[in-house]
Ligand binder design. Structure first.
Ligand code: MCN
Length: 788
């Protein structure tokens, strides 16, 4: 795209294991998270949340709460009707029906945990006590919990969608029917990844400070999308964007959960404006598990048609998501089923024909939101586990079946017409096989079985859509636009400030964006400060989602820094009496190619731009500050794979992960240490989803797992040893060759876990199709009982 031309970068600091500059602050407890921010006179909010999954609200008695000393405000839906009917969401994917999420439930409650009454008081304790005094008169309605029934119609979960369909679409590419009628082998299965929570260490929260004398709003919020929050405050509540500043302090993880706008985030500014006082809301863990958005649960039916040699000729996918009671703005419930069906079925494999159906069922559960690997995790689970089924049917190794089907030549165009420019798909399979020493593993496995020990090896290879962009959306038939900027400013003494629109939830942007700027400008890494999107007063960002910061924020920083570089080169050439083409900027100096002694420090060049016009070339326009946008014009994909060795105890049903082998190809790495941290974190989340984590609703629609005693997140005690290998296939679309990778661990690890568990279970003749593979399911499987 000529508008977004991105000059190549010479790598010097890029690629180095630079220690994270944010760590001194974060690891010594000096980080400033949302709850560390306090302003004078702040009040505290708390919510009465629905105790029923589906009920008519016949009355709300707030009188006792309102009279309680210290209570400043008690709001029900009736009090805020004049301001806002709710927040709307609709995705541009085909078949997505718009839905509105009320800020406070009006007339009907539709899931347990839905906010019904807002109370603001002088302290959180008073607000909580006042919540206990509210009386809800609820009349039970039929509760809709099973998405497979709900999508067929029948009892309605949310009157706005009388057919219970939040999204429905289908497409066919190539002659799928012919592939299936001529198939020598057909394998098919239904996979059910469980309902999980992103469970960031820091829960949601915000602090609104509306200054009525100036009609100005300041909102501190723990979010991945501060600019989107600002826009919604304007669209839905009329807060002027130019008078609103959204500040994202240090954020203790988001993992997609904070890539939404929530009713609570809309209500605090309204309450602050009404009360003429700052109002703070900090979510507790129970609220987070009840209402912070749920993720990943889908029913994915997948079928492969294969020829006699095991080459897959067609794939059919049906992805059904249990979407909950509303669309979570902005992504909606499409975030799971559409992404699974439309983006993941072929993966790294050269399958010529594909057909897919995606459906989102409205149910009386917490809305489905984004969580690392959205759609990809369920899609990769189905694709990679069915690949093992095919291997079993063909009696070949899991490596061999993948090698037979893998894409070997690039650029490769998948059945939908999406182009994969480059990749190392075959190399990843070969690398994993070598790393696990497959022949030695098979011997060890056989030996162990003789001693009553059950080892299993599971592999899963993946592509990851990286650098979520306008081009990526368009290639998959959606029209959403991504648009981000960065500002780079050089001071008179040569130090540089980089402001990115993409804020960090722990990914290390403060370090990696400085590495990019250092190489473009040829100055030491230490001279650069990065403001990674902490305030919407700076550059614009469409959100830290879709593994896009390395690619997109890095691309914006490159363009803005390059604009400064051009000016520095012009002045340096004048100072060195050389032509601009002969000037290089490196290690803090501008020098003439071939005459390194002829040099001037970049700090002196900057000083000349600010203070000494005698050094300027004719017609020079001063100014060392630029804001530039960048976006990829076409989709780009990183790729890799994980192999896990597990040991399964048939008596207790417990599975222990002995070791993880990961191969990652995200092109050029800006910082290998950060990339490896992302892999480890993501894979451990994948082990959690594979073995422990599950949000469980009872038959009345109550969530039974509302604390970390019941909802088991993985912790350090299950963290296995890792062996990580990097392959480097640079992207042709980024100046530095980088591709994104922040979701890869969780995209592919759950499939590797299930494949490993099934390999360990093979002597028992059972295959599991559902996650998490809990001890109970494993014990039943050893007795030949598989429930799904
Ligand atoms: N990186 C690199 N070289 C590359 C690619 C990436 O050095 N070739 C670095 C990046 O500069 C960045 C990190 O690795 O510091 C992740 O990069 P990227 O893939 O661009 O992903 P984002 O920074 O856009 O982060 C988003 C991604 C997503 S979508 C989720 S969800 C997620 C994740 O990152 N949430 C996280 N990782 C997380 N890590 C932490 N600690 N907390 C979260 O909430």
């Amino acid at each position: 795209n000529p508008h977004y031309f991105s000059p190549p970068i010479t790598r010097n600091v890029i690629g180095k294991r630079v220690p994270r500059t944010e760590d001194a602050r974060l690891l010594t407890g000096r980080g400033k998270y949302l709850n560390d921010v306090n302003v004078d006179g702040q009040l505290h909010a708390c919510f009465v949340r629905s105790p029923a999954a589906h009920a008519q609200i016949n009355g709300i008695d707030t009188s006792a709460a309102s009279e309680m000393p210290g209570v400043h405000l008690v709001w029900t839906a009736a009090d805020i009707e004049e301001y806002c009917a709710g927040i709307e969401a609709q995705y541009t994917a085909e078949g997505c029906e718009a839905m509105t999420m009320p800020l406070l439930a009006k007339d009907v409650v539709r899931y347990v945990g839905e906010p019904v009454v807002l109370i603001v008081a002088e302290s959180r304790a008073v607000a909580e006590d006042a919540c206990d005094l509210v009386g809800l008169d609820l009349e039970q309605l039929e509760v809709v919990l099973d998405p497979r029934q709900s999508i067929q119609g029948g009892p309605v979960a949310n009157g706005e969608r009388p057919d219970n369909v939040g999204i429905r679409g289908r497409a066919t590419f190539g002659d799928v029917d012919e592939a299936f009628s001529n198939a020598a082998h057909v394998v098919s299965a239904l996979y059910h990844p469980g309902r999980v929570a992103a469970a960031p260490m820091e829960t949601r929260g915000c602090l609104a400070d509306y200054e009525w004398t100036e009609d100005r709003l300041k909102l501190w919020v723990s979010t991945q999308m501060p600019h989107y929050v600002k826009m919604c405050l304007s669209l839905f509540l009329g807060f002027d964007e130019s008078r609103s500043e959204i500040i994202s302090p240090d954020t203790g993880g988001g993992f997609g959960q904070k890539a939404h706008v929530f009713p609570e985030e809309m209500l605090m500014p309204l309450a602050s404006k009404h009360l003429k006082a700052p109002v703070k809301w900090v979510e507790d863990r129970r609220e987070n598990l009840l209402a912070g958005s749920h993720a990943h649960e889908q029913f994915v039916t997948i079928q492969y048609a294969a020829n006699a040699e095991g080459r897959i000729t067609g794939v059919r996918t049906h992805a059904l998501v249990d979407g909950g009671a509303y669309h979570m703005p902005p992504q909606t419930m499409a975030v799971e089923c559409w992404a699974t069906a439309a983006v993941t079925p072929t993966g790294v494999y050269d399958i010529p024909a594909a057909e897919y159906v995606y459906e989102g069922a409205v149910t009386n559960k917490c809305p489905m939101g984004a969580f690392r690997g959205v759609g990809y995790t369920a899609g990769t689970l189905a694709r990679e586990c069915l690949m093992d089924d095919l291997a079993r049917q063909m009696k070949v190794s899991p490596f061999e079946i993948r090698r037979q089907n893998v894409v070997r030549e690039f650029p490769w165009t998948n059945p939908q017409g999406v182009v994969y420019e480059e990749g190392s798909f075959l190399e990843v399979i070969n690398a994993l096989e070598e790393m696990v020493d497959y022949p030695a593993f098979l011997l060890r496995q056989e030996e162990a079985r003789k001693n009553g020990k059950y080892l299993g090896l599971g592999i899963s290879v993946f592509v990851e859509s990286s650098g979520e962009s306008t081009g990526m959306m368009q290639a998959h038939g959606a029209t959403d636009v991504f648009h981000d900027t960065a500002t780079v400013k050089m001071d008179s003494t040569g130090s540089v400030t980089v402001t990115s629109g993409l804020n960090s939830q722990g990914q290390g942007h403060q370090t990696t964006l400085a590495q990019v700027a250092a190489d473009v400008l040829g100055i030491p890494f230490e001279s650069i400060s990065v403001d990674a999107g902490t305030s919407t007063k700076g550059a614009y960002g469409s959100g830290t989602i879709g593994s896009r910061a390395a690619v997109i924020a890095g691309g914006c920083v490159n363009r803005a820094a390059h604009a400064i570089r051009e000016k520095l080169v012009a002045v340096a050439a004048n100072m060195l009496e050389s032509s601009e083409e002969d000037v290089v900027l490196e290690e803090g100096f501008a020098s003439v190619i071939g005459a390194p002694e002829s040099r001037v420090s970049i700090a002196d060049v900057a000083m000349a731009v600010y203070w000494d016009s005698s050094k300027w070339p004719a017609g020079f326009e001063p100014g060392l500050e630029f804001t530039k946008a960048w976006d990829t014009s076409r989709p780009m994909f990183s790729n890799g794979g994980h192999a896990l060795i597990v040991e399964l105890d048939p008596v207790t049903g417990f599975v222990t992960v002995e070791k993880v082998y990961s191969v990652e190809d995200c092109g050029v790495m800006i910082n290998p240490t950060i990339v490896e941290g992302q892999i480890r974190g993501g894979v451990i989340q994948g082990i959690g989803a594979g073995l422990f984590e599950q949000l469980v609703y009872d038959k009345s629609g109550n969530l039974s797992t509302t604390s970390f005693l019941d909802y088991q997140t993985p912790t350090m005690d299950i963290s296995p040893p890792f062996e990580i290998r990097h392959l480097e296939t640079p992207s042709k679309m980024t100046a530095s060759g980088v591709k994104g990778m922040g979701e890869s661990g969780l995209i592919a690890a759950p499939a590797a876990v299930l494949n490993a568990v099934n390999d360990a279970l093979s002597p028992f003749g059972s295959v599991l199709y559902e996650l998490p593979a809990t001890p109970e399911k494993i014990i039943r499987a050893t007795k030949g009982i598989v429930d799904l």
